[in-house]
Design a protein around this ligand. Sequence first.
Ligand SMILES: NC(=O)C1=CN([C@@H]2O[C@H](COP(=O)(O)OP(=O)(O)OC[C@H]3O[C@@H](n4cnc5c(N)ncnc54)[C@H](OP(=O)(O)O)[C@@H]3O)[C@@H](O)[C@H]2O)C=CC1
Ligand SMILES: CC(C)(CO)C(=O)C(=O)O
Length: 339
Amino acid sequence: MKICIYGAGAIGGYLGVQLARAGADVSLIARGAHLAAMRERGLTLLAGEERHTVHPRCTDDPNELGVQDTIIITLKAHSITGVIEKMQPLLGPHTRIVTAVNGIPYWYFYKHGGQYENSTLESIDPGGRQWRELGAERAIGCIVYPATEIEAPGVIRHVYGNNFPLGEPSGEITPDVQRLADLFVAAGLKAPVLDRIRDEIWLKLWGNVCFNPISALTHATLDVICTDPSTRALSRAIMMETQAIAETFGVKFRVDVERRIEGARKVGAHKTSMLQDLERGRPMEIDPLVTVVQEMGRLTGIATPALDSVLAMVTQRARIAGLYDGVSTPSDPRALAVA
Ligand SMILES: NC(=O)C1=CN([C@@H]2O[C@H](COP(=O)(O)OP(=O)(O)OC[C@H]3O[C@@H](n4cnc5c(N)ncnc54)[C@H](OP(=O)(O)O)[C@@H]3O)[C@@H](O)[C@H]2O)C=CC1
Ligand SMILES: CC(C)(CO)C(=O)C(=O)O
């Protein structure tokens, strides 16, 4: 299976090392100093006391790679639209695209059923270009549970976790998704194939939608946000709004909100990716994690006053830092009035 990891940074680099070590035919697309370092010295994974270096093909030009069986997108989700054209040489009639990103993916309403079937969401997929030009029918869902970071160009630090649940939008256990899961397992990862992948997407997003913007606004780590009574209550309020929206779309949450917050608290003194991005001057992933929930709230007529307030502040914070030029424009006067 020819696999290309598009955006081989912290998560894509981790996957790249593990897949290469398992003997997979894997190519990495990256850029800048990180790409130069990988070309020169290979890609190194630091995991506890272990250190592994691999030398997969690395490029910033998809034309060099040609058609792939599987593309694993590990870009920040707000970067996907910007690479649609560059991705075209990788796409053949049978290519599958795995969305290994946080937030709601572009294919969300593909094989969803009901009144929203085949809808696109403006906050994550402006004009529906990802849906049309990457192809919703190509998609395989993936949830990223591990935490990793780029410690230096060409060097990935594994922080915790190895679980990447996978699932077809239709819920079927197809040969494609099973083959991919088998490959992940051979690479030492966990990759349960889920028949309700959207439930798991929301379970992860439940944390990102509140902890990430609150951390960017307060600079608090997860343990502090989940312990301080005020930020815990604010997180809970956003999570309850989010749950109401997701349940309208038929999502089932397998844990309750208190257990989800406790799970995050136990992660400890960890800075969310949004806080890390703010501190390092990198574009913040606001629309795929927060604005999209507001958009889905508008679609379903569910007010999101707590989320609206936090979103208004975090977008302003990000704009002032020059790290956001997205779509967030709250337009529901009722929600703004409540907020
Ligand atoms: N890191 C983590 O611990 C976790 C991450 N996630 C999610 O996983 C996804 C990936 O995150 P993460 O790995 O941290 O992100 P990174 O920013 O580390 O990785 C993305 C990589 O893609 C590169 N890139 C961006 N645009 C292009 C382009 N046009 N051509 C080539 N390369 C490009 C970036 O380069 P550059 O730096 O130059 O922009 C970067 O190296 C996100 O959705 C994130 O929320 C989820 C759970 C945990
Ligand atoms: C750490 C965690 C789970 C916080 O929601 C995360 O996914 C992130 O930082 O993006």
